[in-house]
Design a protein around this ligand. Structure first.
Ligand code: PMP
Length: 434
């Protein structure tokens, strides 16, 4: 039942001759699923994508998160078309950035002041600079396996992309920079408390994905954990940055912080808020944000920052996400998918663990709960690789890494879900034979 991928192979060969490694982001390579040719896509429509050979896929990759409205959603297409007609870049202030900032603050009132940038990487990198400027301190505490973009300091013990390709710390990041980053396991308040006792007076910020998305979906251990993280950081004079690049607008219309009723000092945002266009944003407490130029001494700038194309498309995306029932539907469909996976796995004697939050989930191969990066690492990579290819051969697209998530979008249909469930039996049967 292997699909014809002749054209994908040809395009990937050409790609490798001109684009480094054939991919513009390493997570797109199939290195962590035993190699092979990444599927080369030409079109997306709704919850489906189509490759250069004409094969159709149900898309649970969702471009690593942003495509919560699927592909070519009419609201998105129209926003892009209208923005294009008005010209895509002015290099001046524009109403669309004001309207969009107001909309974000309305959804997440902690965003007293906002800056738009062009990627999640930039957003996180800048929050760290701002925290250092505000506190006059040098170090950052992060959690092992969380990915916060590819700025130098953030490539220390950094989650999905780097861990998939077996580069825990990137070459080219100096020992000096690594020495500014303290790493502790997620979901363990005691270890965090101890680390802060040792390093607390040097720590500018504690940075966390409130619901982890980068060693799979890993929620906080209980409803108190994120509050404990914030309290501990504040006791030591450190700021708290929530990296909500994946989580904001993923589980409900707003932040993950709101789900746990907590208030970090700064947020980094990206992905969904751009409706599929390049975007990042950071923001938070006014007195802290006022560190940034032109009001303050910390510098951050961007030629493309706040461009009308991204602003208007992001606005259109959030408008759709405000429609009633959208998040409930995503969660319900994801629940059907995970329950069916459990049943099929059990039927065929395959041990799996699933972490799900709303419409996002990760299927890990192993029977232990996954609460931190070590747990995720200990799951079976070979079984995952087989799983990935068995699904792809049956027209189901997920991310080629055991550290990523399935994303159910607002446009997946019950038929998509049924089709997916229908292939589980065969897939887990094959896995059960290993
Ligand atoms: N933070 C988190 C939590 C992310 O998942 C990512 C991207 N996967 C980033 C930051 C970096 O965002 P970008 O790829 O847009 O630079």
């Amino acid at each position: 039942m292997v699909l014809d991928r002749t054209q994908s192979k040809l395009w990937f060969e050409r790609a490798q001759a001109v684009i480094l490694g054939g991919v513009n982001s390493p997570s797109r390579s199939y290195k962590s699923v035993g190699g092979g040719t990444p599927t080369v896509m030409v079109r997306g429509q709704g919850s489906h994508m189509y490759d250069v050979d004409g094969n159709e896929y149900i898309d649970y990759l969702a471009a690593y998160g942003p495509s919560i409205l699927g592909h070519a959603h009419p609201a998105i297409t129209e926003a892009i078309a209208q923005a294009a007609v008005d010209g895509v870049l002015y290099g001046t202030p524009t109403p669309s950035e004001v309207l969009f900032a107001e909309k974000l603050r309305q959804a997440i009132p902690d965003l007293e002041r906002i800056r738009f940038v062009n990627s999640g990487t930039e957003a996180v990198m800048t929050t760290i600079r701002v925290a250092r400027a505000y506190t006059g301190r040098r170090k950052v505490l992060k959690f092992a396996g969380c990915y916060h973009g590819h700025s130098d300091a953030m490539l220390v013990a950094a989650g999905s992309g780097p861990s998939s390709i077996g580069v825990p710390d990137s070459a080219g990041v100096t020992a000096n920079i690594a020495s500014e980053v303290i790493t502790v396991p997620f979901n363990d308040p005691d270890i965090l408390a101890k680390a802060l006792e040792v390093h607390g007076t040097d720590v500018a910020a504690v940075l966390v994905e409130p619901i982890v998305g980068n060693f799979g979906i890993v929620p906080p251990r209980d409803d108190r954990y994120l509050g404990q993280v914030i309290d501990l950081a504040h006791q030591h004079g450190a700021l708290v940055i929530f990296d909500e690049v994946i989580t904001a607008f993923r589980f409900h219309y707003g932040s993950a912080a709101q789900m746990y009723d907590v208030h970090p000092d700064l947020y980094a945002l990206g992905k969904i808020i751009g409706g599929g266009l390049p975007i990042g944003a950071y923001g938070g407490r006014k007195d802290i944000m006022e560190q940034v130029a032109p009001l303050g001494p910390a510098y951050q700038a961007g030629t493309m920052a706040g461009n009308p194309l991204s602003m208007r498309t992001g606005m259109a995306c959030l408008d759709v996400l405000q429609e009633p029932g959208i998040y409930d539907d995503m969660a319900r469909r994801a629940q059907v998918l995970t329950e069916a996976a459990h049943e099929a796995a059990k039927r065929h004697g395959v041990s799996i663990t699933i972490n799900r939050m709303g419409g996002a989930f990760t299927i890990y191969f192993g029977s232990h709960p996954v609460r931190n990066y070590d747990d995720a690492n200990a799951t079976d990579s070979d079984q995952f690789a087989r799983f990935f290819h068995l699904l792809a051969d049956r027209n189901i697209l997920i991310a080629p890494s055991k550290y990523e998530a399935w994303f159910v979008s607002a446009v997946h249909t019950d038929e998509d879900i049924e089709r997916t469930v229908a292939v589980y039996d065969e897939v887990f049967k094959e896995l059960g034979q290993h």
